[in-house]
Design a protein. Structure first.
Length: 367
């Protein structure tokens, strides 16, 4: 990516879920001959949370890494904002593309909007209607500032419409994260990761990192108790997000012979692990979507989801610590069945659709 010409698009990424969403958009825009600059804010920085995605997803090296690291919401967001403001003033892009709902997303949107630089939001309009989630605040603010809103499911269009976003700004394009999944299907090798980890089928995978599940020691203990109940039935493999490590360890997560806790996995290894599993217990947004496409049962340990299409058109169910094992037993006993439908436009071509809209937008802006 060369940052020399005057017209360019800046992509702002920073946290693990941004990377599989950005990869197909960047790839598709390249074939339109649009000059692109990739910013990594440094929100996630461990090699397993960041670098591995660049290696595995064919993402170009970031042109800039802001190196903001971890911090409170205000500190982290402010660091991204001040660094991006300097960068955008020095060399204003024609468009800033932001992804998902993390702090880097909202920070970049605020900076761009105040510099009168248009913002494109990939994965717009998702709503949990739960303002205690930092992501919901980030989504609402980002969508209110965006000029191009790319949605992954029809419910998102409805939400944006009811918030007063003009229909001309909203583009239902499908899901770029699913583009990444589908384009790598052949390399997700369940047998390889099972052999690496010495796993015997059937096994479950669990990924949990939401503040509501991991930050409070009492709640973390309740989640760990539910995971132990699951492990009484099936071996549970947990590639543990760094956020929950201390609280889950303190709550005795590892004190069960059928629980294997490992470091976060690379994307290819992780999806291989999920693909070979009998089911997933999660609070991740992306994993709800990926299990839906892979046909793997998904139990989401949350009171709500901003991705209801994974319930209506997928394998997802919402559970609590109390109901988890009942739902798990239904899966184990084969009592759960799924319709063979997938969410509309989750067909592997969202990135291309996004690129077409962006290319037209840039052309209109230049004329
Ligand atoms: C962030 C996003 C969340 C997303 C998740 C994906 C926000 C508000 N939250 O949550 O929406 O689902 O990423 O994984 O943007 N840490 C490390 N190494 C790293 C990164 C983080 O050890 O490379 C630890 C640090 O202790 C840090 C904590 O994880 O304080 C939380 O990181 P942070 O980026 O603030 O939020 P996440 O919980 O990762
Ligand atoms: N993921 C991964 N390794 C792991 C856990 C998750 O590669 O050990 C991938 C997962 O497949 C998905 C992305 O990370 O594509 C989602 O990130 P996360 O769950 O951290 O964020 P969320 O989607 O909840 O915002």
């Amino acid at each position: 990516m060369s940052p020399t010409a005057s017209h360019h698009v800046v992509h702002v990424t920073g946290a693990r879920p941004n990377f599989p969403k950005a990869a197909p958009v960047i790839r598709a825009l390249s074939s339109h001959g649009i000059r692109q600059v990739l910013v990594h804010t440094g929100q996630h920085y461990d090699p397993v949370m960041s670098e591995v995605f660049f290696q595995q997803l064919g993402l170009p090296e970031p042109d800039v890494n802001l190196g903001v690291g971890s911090g409170s919401h205000a500190h982290q967001t402010a660091k991204v904002m001040t660094a991006l403001e300097d960068m955008f003033i020095a060399d204003p892009p024609q468009l800033v593309v932001v992804y998902g709902d993390v702090n880097s997303t909202v920070a970049a949107s605020l900076v761009a909007a105040k510099l009168h630089i248009p913002v494109a939001h990939v994965e717009a309009g998702l709503r949990s209607f739960d303002r205690t989630m930092p992501e919901e605040v980030n989504r609402v603010v980002t969508d209110s500032l965006a000029d191009l809103l790319f949605t992954t499911s029809p419910d998102a269009n409805v939400h944006l419409g009811s918030e007063g976003v003009g229909a001309d700004k909203i583009h239902f394009v499908g899901n770029p994260m699913i583009d990444t999944l589908l384009s790598n299907l052949e390399i997700f090798d369940a047998d390889a990761i099972k052999a690496d980890l010495g796993l015997v089928e059937p096994y479950l995978v669990a990924t949990l990192h939401r503040p509501a599940n991991v930050d409070d020691p009492v709640q973390a203990a309740a989640v760990v108790a539910a995971l132990h109940q699951a492990a009484d039935r099936r071996h549970v493999v947990i590639p543990l997000h760094p956020r929950g490590r201390a609280s889950f360890e303190a709550a005795g997560l590892m004190d069960h012979a059928s629980i294997t806790v490992i470091e976060p996995l690379g994307y290819v290894e992780f999806i291989g692990l999920v693909r070979g599993s009998a089911g997933v217990i999660t609070d991740s947004g992306g994993v709800q979507e990926e299990t839906t496409m892979l046909g793997v049962p998904c139990l989401t340990l949350r009171p709500n989801t901003e991705r209801p299409v994974t319930i209506t058109h997928g394998t997802n169910e919402l559970v609590t610590e109390q109901t988890l094992v009942t739902h798990l037993d239904a899966i184990i006993n084969g009592r759960r069945t799924f319709d063979d439908v997938t969410p509309p436009l989750w067909d592997g071509h969202a990135g291309e659709r996004i690129a077409v809209v962006i290319a037209r937008f840039l052309e209109d802006a230049r004329s």
